[in-house]
Design a protein around this ligand. Sequence first.
Ligand SMILES: Nc1ncnc2c1ncn2[C@@H]1O[C@H](COP(=O)(O)OP(=O)(O)OP(=O)(O)O)[C@@H](O)[C@H]1O
Ligand SMILES: [Mg+2]
Length: 271
Amino acid sequence: MTAAGATAALAFDAVTCTFAARGGGERYTAVRDTTLAIAPGEFVSVVGPTGCGKSTLLNLAAGLLDASSGTVMVDGAPLDGLNRRAGYMFQADALMPWRSALANVAAGLEFAGAKRAEAAPRAREWLARVGLAGFEDRYPHQLSGGMRKRVALAQMLILDPEILLMDEPFSALDIQTRQLMENELLELWSANRKSVLFITHDLEEAISLSDRVVVLAAGPGTHPIGEFAIDLPRPRDVAEIRLTPRFVELHEAIWQVLRGEVLKGYAQAKH
Ligand SMILES: Nc1ncnc2c1ncn2[C@@H]1O[C@H](COP(=O)(O)OP(=O)(O)OP(=O)(O)O)[C@@H](O)[C@H]1O
Ligand SMILES: [Mg+2]
């Protein structure tokens, strides 16, 4: 249950994830006893230091990893296998280099059984929606980094998933392109509110996009150590909202919690 009492779209219920060590060494507990719920239509960002377990959390939600204990719940039912109500967007480019932009966007529909002739017009429509009309025939290597992210966004949204799982999707982009993409994501999201679990290590990105920001502790055994409601008005322009006094206040409050964890994470990464 979420605070509002509705069934959560996605919930971690006391989830722990332990990795077996290679060569019989000690096991590594990446995520320990994590409880976290995302309400239908809610945009939640998770921030935490590098290596703390953010991607692990996302992979658990995607059903790509099994919890060692605890349960991942989707719409009130325990997740078993792949999370088919979710769409993913990962940090690395995941476009198929041998397919054109159009064919990349159409791919999910085709894999789900749609005929190419039905899938193509819908893919064309989605490419236009992410600002890529006229680029249908380009291959990924003929597109800029920002354009490839737009294709990936269309590829995810065309399947109309109820839950969006995004793992630092814009972190490889320059700041201007990144802010354009963030605004586009917000616009698409507000037109048709999905539940979003957005992973980032960038606190400003987290605050400017989200309804709620969750701070994870440094690993091992990461878990939420702070949760902040982001009461900034929508619609937002991610570049402009950063200049408002309330944003600065929220940033200060969350950074108080995150700062120590980032320092711990950094110290661990040096070993
Ligand atoms: N399949 C695996 N087997 C063993 N250890 C793993 C595996 N996947 C992740 N880990 C370990 O779990 C910890 C968390 O990794 P994870 O990728 O979730 O971190 P992250 O917070 O996403 O990091 P980053 O910010 O760098 O993307 C790391 O110490 C990592 O080495
Ligand atoms: Mg990661």
